[in-house]
Ligand binder design. Structure first.
Ligand code: SF4
Length: 373
């Protein structure tokens, strides 16, 4: 267990090369660095921590930002979205604020980040770096070792606690200097260039956006966003919106079961192997019988064996409906449906999501509206 004064610095560690190099540059000056790996439904992979600690010689702690992030999306990020649904400036501010609190907890002296000046158009321009620093309250405390010599010195550099001469002046999008530095440090396991944030990918954003646009009372939680990552995502928008998630493979089915909660509807074919489907009932919007039967007929069409049986004149398929609170162990209710892949159930179109995101961008006051990237 770490105690107060266990660390000299905390470092934001995404798992990308820049964040690893930044932490190592300070650690290699003999400083005790605690790396913070933030995770949420949209980014981060805490399962990687043991492997990273071993490969890069770092001490890493996972930090859950799931609810903070769900709240940021619900209330809409003050600095807007980037190209897709990525609120990069506000994301950095949230991470910095959290890092600041942990820095104080350990009486550490600075926060390290792997940001490189000019590398990312939205969040790593000089003016944006300053906004992040100001709004997160980390002015003078935020050390960016890869670009430090191009930036104003921090308190730890001014006091001589960190040797500024051993920090770097990297600028721009190239990776050459970082790869050379990794080689000098003897890092053999070089992570591939960062990506990894689902909010930057249209395919994922179109699963998230309906939660922000259709959820009654704007109440989408972290659990909802995790659910939007699991399996195929369908919406039926005949009157009230109905959300159905269908497992693609066993891992998805397990995930759906682990995310199921009271009020959810779990569907499973009774006589054939096939996917599990989870229908999420929104508060105050219980599903009517027609929606339930339509979802059962639709999900059963994803069972190849049930489909083949239907083609051989088996007119009805049995689907068991369980409650999310009890899971598949509960008694359930038997439904008899004619398999149908009804066009009523549709994936949410990216074009519609994009229009919704754009409309909100225009509504925001211009001073908070960064140039889209
Ligand atoms: S890409 Fe994702 S994780 Fe990275 S700063 Fe933007 S919102 Fe945050």
């Amino acid at each position: 267990m770490y105690t107060i004064n266990s660390f000299d610095a905390v470092a934001l560690l995404s798992g990308g090369l820049d964040s690893i190099l930044a932490a190592r540059l300070v650690q290699d000056q003999g400083k005790r660095v605690l790396c913070l790996h933030f995770y949420s439904p949209f980014f981060g992979d805490p399962a990687m921590l043991p492997a990273w600690e071993k490969a890069y010689g770092l001490t890493i702690q996972a930090v859950d930002l799931s609810e903070e992030f769900a709240s940021l999306l619900r209330t809409r990020p003050p600095h807007g979205f980037g190209k897709v649904l990525n609120p990069c400036v506000d994301c950095k501010i949230i991470m910095m604020r959290k890092a600041l609190a942990i820095m104080h907890e350990f009486s550490a002296r600075c926060i390290i980040s792997g940001e490189v000046l000019g590398q990312r158009p939205m969040s790593q321009r000089r003016d944006t770096l300053q906004i992040i620093q100001r709004d997160a309250g980390v002015k003078g405390l935020l050390l960016r070792p890869l670009s430090a010599k191009l930036l104003k010195s921090t308190t730890v550099e001014d006091s001589g606690f960190i040797d500024r001469n051993r920090l770097l002046a990297i600028n721009g999008r190239g990776r050459k200097e970082q790869l050379r530095l990794a080689e000098d440090m003897g890092l053999s396991d070089i992570p591939t260039p960062a990506g990894g944030c689902r909010l930057t990918e249209k395919e994922n954003a179109r699963s998230y956006w309906p939660l922000l646009a259709l959820y009654p009372g704007n109440q989408a939680s972290a659990n909802d966003f995790y659910l939007a990552n699991a399996g195929r995502q369908y919406w039926r928008r005949i009157s009230l919106p109905r959300w159905l998630c269908i497992g693609r493979q066993q891992a998805d089915n397990d995930r759906l079961l682990s995310l199921a909660r009271e009020g959810d509807l779990l569907f499973k074919c009774a006589d054939f192997p096939g996917p599990i489907a989870l229908g999420r009932q929104f508060p105050g919007q219980l599903w009517d019988e027609e929606s339930i039967m339509s979802a059962a007929a639709f999900m059963a069409s994803f069972s190849p064996k049930a489909r083949r049986a239907a083609e051989k004149d088996v007119s009805e398929t049995a689907v068991r409906l369980h409650s999310g609170a009890l899971g598949l162990d509960g008694p359930g209710r038997m439904l008899r449906v004619a398999i149908a892949r009804s066009p009523e159930w549709q994936e949410y179109p990216w074009e519609e999501a994009r229009e919704g995101i754009r409309a909100e961008r225009w509504e925001r006051p211009p001073e908070n509206n960064p140039t889209p990237v």
